[in-house]
Every structure is written in C-alpha cells, then in structure tokens.
Design a protein around this ligand. Structure first.
Ligand SMILES: [Zn+2]
Ligand SMILES: [Zn+2]
Length: 175
C-alpha cells in the first residue's frame, strides 16, 4: 500500500480524546491504529498493519489486531465479515449502514443510502430471530474486477478460499 497519511497534532489530540473517553490510554500504537482505520475504512488486519508500519515502523500484526479487538469492545470499531470474506474493521461502529461486496476480490464499500430495514426486521422477528445487526449486504462485482475479469478458476477459488489472496488466513484466527 505504501501510503503515508498525515497525522496533524489536532487530529491526534482528537483521537487521543476519543480513546480516553473510553477509558483507554492513548498510546502511540493505538493512535496509529485509529489513524489507519480512518485512512482505510474496512481494512483487513494485514492492510491496517501495513499502514501502522508505514507510520510507526516495526509493529506486530498481533499488536494491531489486539488494538482493533479492543476498539471493537469499546465501540470504536466493529468487525465486518460477509460470508466467505476475510474479516475487515469498520470505524463506523454504531451507525447502522449497509455494505456492497465484490464476490471476486472481496472489496467492500459502504452503501450510503437510506434503506428502510424495518420490514425486513419485522420478518426476521416473526421468524423468531433476534437481530443485533440490522444491516444488508449487497453482492456483486467491483469496477476493477469488471474491467479485468479473472479466469473462471480464480473466480471460484477466491470465494471458496479467501486465504489464497494476499490476505493471509491467520488474520482471522487470533481469537
Ligand atoms: Zn473486485
Ligand atoms: Zn462500513
């Protein structure tokens, strides 16, 4: 990825305040992970670790994962993991929003649309489900994959085994 992102003092103090508001110490590492999340919403652990390394130098993926897990606990981020996809972290932890996912490469984006999910919720409730994430996932093919369709073998492989991509499989298994 190799992108650097400017960390202005004002931005840092805002993020530090956010951490302290959750009773967390504002360590340099946690601040860097928060900045990475803002720079790369829906980042995988690998992507976010790379950003933090660009920023801070050496840092272990486990340390980044631990910070992300803590943020999820504290409502500063949440896990997004559509079926068959690698886990991604979303800085929009509390506002319900929907996602669109590329079946081919796993790219994921927010769907900024006012969707009335009340009807779907009512049906789920009638079916006896207790829903804690009333969000919808739209599936399809991203612009990049439409422009450069992979061979058929890779297409099916990527869905069945996300680990075959650069996102290493162990990014999902730290719990
Ligand atoms: Zn794609
Ligand atoms: Zn999102």
């Amino acid at each position: 990825m190799g992108s650097t992102f400017p960390a202005t003092p004002a931005m840092n103090s805002e993020l530090a305040q956010l951490l302290r508001s959750r009773g967390l110490h504002a360590t340099a590492q946690r601040l860097a992970v928060l900045r990475a999340l803002e720079a790369c919403p829906h980042g995988t652990v690998d992507e976010l670790t790379q950003l933090v390394r660009d920023d801070l130098g050496t840092v272990s993926k486990q340390a980044v994962y631990d910070a992300l897990a803590l943020f999820c606990e504290q409502g500063l981020a949440r896990r997004v993991q559509p079926a068959g996809s690698v886990v991604r972290f979303d800085p929009r932890a509390t506002d319900v929003h929907h996602h669109v996912v590329c079946r081919t490469c796993g790219a994921l984006a927010d769907v900024e649309a006012e969707l009335d999910t009340a009807a779907a919720l009512a049906v789920a409730t009638r079916l006896g489900f207790s829903v804690d994430e009333p969000e919808l996932v739209l599936w399809g093919t991203c612009a990049t994959c439409q422009a450069h369709p992979p061979s058929d073998s890779r297409r099916s492989a990527s869905l069945r085994a996300p680990s075959s991509r650069s996102n290493s499989p162990d990014s999902q298994h730290h719990e």
